[in-house]
Design a protein around this ligand. Structure first.
Ligand SMILES: [Zn+2]
Length: 364
């Protein structure tokens, strides 16, 4: 099965990263299989491009040896990331889940892992959001964006942004504990902040998007004045309500990946990965504090549902994911019975894949 549909590789997604994350997170059935594979193929292509770029760094004579070693290690991990994927279809309830694959976990460098990480994080925060809203139905959700001035030193700019944001949170806590309302965040009962960086050729542009829960809308004017006094270089803030009937759209804006891969040069992306190593990009506070993030980038399996497993391999030459078995992934009870038990088939698949990995990659 060639999954390319029209015969060519899926084209670069013109949709915003937040829309792509929405697609990634929503519950999907077998009819969404192709769009899932297309989205992952686009991400995998970017990962392959990055791997190629890093290999030129390794060979380049102007890089320090330490940088070359870093680049070689990162490229090696990228080379197998998303190379194969196992999807499980629960055919009785028509639900697809990504249950296994090879992931490099370099979420600031690899678009594939960034999409998966964003989707997984968003799912757990959405659950906490539903819990908090059920506890206090008077709460409303808002998206707050804060920026600092662009600059050429990424780490300096990101540290500056984080320091200012922490000052804002400290002001919020002091206002609460002293019963004062001097902080524009005083009425906020829960929040989660995602730090992001873009570079569109005018220097690094760090900013932070937050989802905050409060009974009344934070005052944008007061927040702007507070932010200018705190940051010393920016008054730019934005506050907008999140549609209570479609909170996922607002969450997608916040949880979309921390690097805007589209439009970011590979060299800038690599620099950001190095500079921001260990930099925590997600921060929960108030009722969102302490949310436990899943380690795995795969989906949670469903319990007590029959399934079939579908295996796909990325074909580097054609830039698509290709089905790894003869025939079509027709979902029926008969197919399910033929392929059961899962573990046996899975191990068989992995063994076969390992055997043919190098051949297949050079052949396509
Ligand atoms: Zn990866």
């Amino acid at each position: 099965m060639n999954t390319s549909g029209s015969g060519g590789p899926p084209q670069e997604d013109k949709k915003k990263p937040a829309d792509a994350l929405g697609q990634e997170t929503k519950s999907a059935g077998i009819e969404d299989l192709q769009s899932k594979l297309d989205r992952w193929a686009i991400a995998r292509r970017r990962t392959v491009e990055m791997e190629g770029f890093l290999n030129t760094c390794v060979c380049g004579s102007d890089s320090a040896v330490k940088d070359q070693v870093e680049a070689a290690k990162a490229a090696l991990k990228l080379s197998t990331c998303g190379e194969w994927l196992a999807l499980r279809h629960y055919w009785q309830v028509d639900q697809l889940r990504l249950i296994a694959g090879e992931f490099c976990q370099q979420t600031k460098l690899c678009m594939f892992c960034a999409i998966r990480r964003g989707s997984r994080n968003m799912s757990v925060y959405l659950k906490r959001y539903e819990f908090l809203m059920a506890q206090n139905p008077r709460l409303k959700a808002y998206m707050v964006t804060l920026t600092v001035l662009n600059g050429s030193d990424l780490l300096e700019r990101m540290n500056h942004l984080k320091k200012c944001f922490k000052r804002l949170l400290n002001g919020m806590r002091q206002s609460k504990s002293r019963g004062q309302s001097r902080s524009p965040f005083a009425a906020i009962s829960a929040g989660v902040a995602a730090f992001e960086v873009t570079n569109q050729g005018k220097g690094w542009h760090p900013h932070v998007h937050c989802i905050v829960l409060a009974e009344s809308e934070p005052d944008q004017e007061a927040l702007s004045a507070y932010w200018l006094a705190t940051s010393g270089d920016s008054f730019i803030v934005d506050v907008r309500p999140i549609d209570p009937f479609n909170p996922v759209a607002g969450f997608c804006e916040v949880f979309k990946y921390s690097m805007k891969f589209q439009g970011m040069a590979l060299s800038d992306n690599w620099q950001a990965h190095l500079d921001l190593k260990g930099f925590r990009l997600l921060m929960g506070f108030g009722g969102f504090y302490g949310v436990k993030l899943p380690k795995e980038l795969t989906d949670d399996p469903l319990q007590d549902q029959p399934y079939v497993d579908l295996f796909f391999r990325y074909l580097a030459g054609s830039g698509v994911y290709s089905y790894c078995r003869d025939g079509k992934p027709t979902i029926s009870k008969k197919v399910f019975e033929e392929r059961f038990p899962h573990e046996e088939k899975f191990n068989e698949f992995k063994a076969e894949f390992d055997r043919t990995r190098s051949d297949s990659l050079t052949a396509v």
